[in-house]
Design a protein around this ligand. Structure first.
Ligand SMILES: [Zn+2]
Length: 398
């Protein structure tokens, strides 16, 4: 039983039950749609008339729409599904190399996107984001309701402030205030791994929706983790939880972590670590010292180049070492691996699982280890989810 938080508790008003029922009906439509009013009534044990009333409200609020089902002889049944005609959210995935600004519908389908190199100057990056977002808002014709921003660093989600972004050395940047002021929209900000965890929870694989405790390991320039406990993202004090990329797993890693250490998990398991291993083996084998980026490294491995495969597999081994530690400490039901490395999943999954198997002491429960299905940009889905989930968790149409 969860202890009540007296600072955040709101007492039950007469409308509270109505709000909860509205939220339940909307989420039935989201997850099971297209679905009929009768099916919702049957599954929720709400009265038919209550369901119909709520459906009318949700339709009026532009959240759901009627669609024709398949006819079984007579008139085709009228079913309900999420309204997906319009863009409702803007997602800003601000990465260390590239920033993506995109719009999506209520179901999380990306409709339009633009990307540009992230400028080391926060002001210039913000100006570019605002320019893109303004254009999307203009084309959306007033249907966009909010902006979600995912950032590679420490974020205070409550205030919408980037406390520290190590790669750019940005400190105390009031992202929500600055973008919100310029765009006149609500802006939600979170750390990229936390945002990706939220996206997995709401838009990931169907089997993950049933899982209450899981961890997402985001492999990019660094390694970030997002933790979901009991169906909620665990953020910790000032949103700083999940910095497992900096747990010590050895010595003499091929690169340093963002803070300069060669013992941290991300120094062994990030994209940069894989690239360093590859370059070292090319130099050692007398090969050309031509530099490749991570995408090219994955391409080479998929084409069968031995050195590229070995670099990814060694990186996968260290990913597994860290995952074993997390599994022993937190006992999640599943560990999801996300980021561009997922494209090489068939090449690396064996090494990850073998290292997890070796690292977990006997008798402790293992977790499923799966690849993210959110594509190569789980953090973009994360940014969009920051807006979209507010539609499904706080359904007030007043
Ligand atoms: Zn570190």
């Amino acid at each position: 039983m969860r202890r009540i938080d007296l600072k955040k508790a709101s007492v039950a008003r007469p409308n509270t039950i109505r709000d909860i029922n509205r939220q339940i009906v909307l989420n039935y439509v989201r997850e099971r749609g297209p679905i009929s009013r009768a099916e919702i009534a049957q599954e929720t044990a709400l009265q038919r008339s209550t369901v119909s009333l709520i459906v009318d409200e949700l339709k009026g609020g532009g959240l759901i729409e009627e669609v024709s089902g398949e006819s079984r002889g007579g008139r085709p049944p009228i079913l309900l599904s999420l309204r997906t005609a319009d863009p409702v959210a803007i997602g800003v995935d601000l990465g260390t190399i590239t920033t993506i600004v995109a719009t999506s519908d209520l179901a999380g389908r990306v409709l339009e996107q633009e990307e540009f190199p992230t400028d080391h100057d926060a002001r210039r990056t913000a100006a570019r984001v605002v320019e893109c977002a303004r254009e999307f808002v203009r084309r959306g014709g007033g249907t966009i309701e909010g902006v979600g921003v995912s950032l590679p660093g420490l974020v205070d989600q409550e205030t919408g402030t980037a406390t520290f972004i190590p790669h750019f050395k940005w400190r105390d940047w009031d992202v929500a205030g600055e973008l919100g002021g310029a765009l006149g929209l609500a802006v939600h900000v979170d750390n990229d791994a936390n945002a990706a965890a939220l996206a997995e929870l709401w838009f990931g694989r169907p089997e993950i929706r049933e899982v209450r405790d899981f961890i997402i390991v985001l492999v990019e320039e660094g390694v970030g983790t997002g933790i979901v406990f009991d169906g909620q993202v665990y953020r910790g004090r000032s949103g700083a939880a999940g910095e497992f990329g900096h747990m010590t797993i050895g010595q003499g890693a091929p690169v340093t972590c963002a803070a300069g250490s060669r013992g941290c998990w991300e120094a062994f398991s990030s994209q940069r670590a894989a690239l360093a291993r590859y370059e070292q083996s090319r130099r050692g084998g007398g090969g050309a010292a031509e530099r490749v980026d991570f995408k090219q490294l994955v391409d080479l491995a998929l084409e069968g180049e031995e050195e590229a495969r070995a670099a990814l597999r060694e990186t996968a081994h260290y990913l597994g070492v860290g995952i074993a530690n997390l599994t022993q400490g937190l006992a999640p039901e599943a560990v999801i691996v996300g980021g561009p490395i997922v494209r090489a999943w068939p090449l690396i999954v064996g090494d990850i699982k073998a290292a997890v198997g070796e690292g977990i002491c006997r008798g402790l429960p293992p977790a499923q280890i799966i690849a993210s299905t959110l594509g190569e940009q789980p953090t973009l889905m994360g940014a969009l989810s920051l807006v979209l989930t507010t539609k499904f968790t706080r359904v007030s149409l007043a």
